[in-house]
Ligand binder design. Structure first.
Ligand SMILES: C[S@@+](CC[C@H](N)C(=O)[O-])C[C@H]1O[C@@H](n2cnc3c(N)ncnc32)[C@H](O)[C@@H]1O
Length: 263
């Protein structure tokens, strides 16, 4: 039984990095008019109240979104990400933190569609209630890796899959690699974005993945950040985002992000 709840971690430094990469990729893909299918295989609860007991218990957002919130004069893509978070806090006070489902939903055009997969029953209920009347969003209660077999390839040939597991399972990298191998056979030119933690004493970096998946050259872009002592989350010393088939327009911007994350 999985026990991870993202409410304890929402808005932390890992979320800031992950969601900035995500917003950048969505924006870059939408420069072309054709509709896009987005899949969030590990959706979480979509929206988090930072004043809740859960968020306050760990207060991880204090080293993540909170310091960024106060910053003025940020350039894109940090500015775009922050504007997206600000849109959920219209009174100017940081209270609500949008998870990946809400961030993607806020950027959907009429021609786009979003699938949200979630295994945890309480998160499933929250998602189902939140998107019940939303015809552009489908909530799938179940395994996100398996759901890819049903969803891919998307009818219009354009799609982005976010794979953001909690790494509670020691076999997570293998599950991810197997799912990606199957997904790439069905939809080889899709954009796939994987989050992973860098954990002291544990091998969680997907270094073997490009070889295992037969990816070549620019098909694989791996971005890593190391947390400062204030940002460090227990044994998590940093995190990474690996992107398969990164859109050309986003590449240079994304490659600069790890360096900018430090400043
Ligand atoms: C890190 S959280 C997701 C955070 C979210 N993507 C965001 O950025 O706001 C991981 C979520 O995946 C769920 N989960 C774990 N294994 C899963 C699986 N095989 N399929 C779908 N959801 C899963 C967990 O219950 C948890 O809610």
């Amino acid at each position: 039984m999985l026990s991870y709840r993202h409410g304890f971690h929402a808005g932390n430094p890992a979320d800031v990095f992950k969601h900035t990469v995500l917003v950048t990729l969505v924006g870059a893909m939408q420069e072309k008019p054709r509709g896009i299918v987005f899949v969030d295989t590990h959706a979480g609860a979509a929206m988090y109240d930072l004043t809740s007991l859960m968020a306050q218990k760990t207060a991880e957002y204090r080293a993540g979104i909170e310091p960024l919130w106060a910053r003025q004069g940020l350039d894109s893509p940090w500015r775009d990400y922050l504007e997206a978070v600000r849109s959920f806090n219209p009174d100017g006070k940081l209270r609500y933190y949008p998870g990946s489902p809400m961030l993607i939903r806020s950027m959907l055009r009429k021609s786009d569609r979003l699938y949200l997969c979630e295994l945890h029953t309480s998160e499933q209920q929250v998602l189902a209630a939140r998107f019940a009347d939303d015809r552009q969003v489908e909530v799938i209660a179940g395994d996100g890796y398996r759901a890819l077999e049903r969803i891919l390839p998307p009818p219009g040939g354009r799609g982005l899959v976010l794979i953001d597991p909690s790494f509670e399972l020691k076999t997570e990298l293998e599950l991810m690699t197997d799912a990606l191998a199957r997904a790439l056979r069905r939809f080889g030119h899709g954009v796939y974005v994987l989050w992973y933690p860098l954990i002291e004493g544990r091998d969680t970096a997907p270094d073997a993945m490009p070889g295992a998946l037969g990816l070549v050259g620019e098909q694989w872009l791996d971005l890593r950040v190391k947390f400062s002592p204030a940002q460090r989350l227990g044994r998590m010393t940093g995190c990474g985002m690996a992107i398969i088939n990164c859109p050309y327009r986003a590449r240079a911007v994304l490659e600069r992000l790890p360096e900018e994350f430090k400043s």
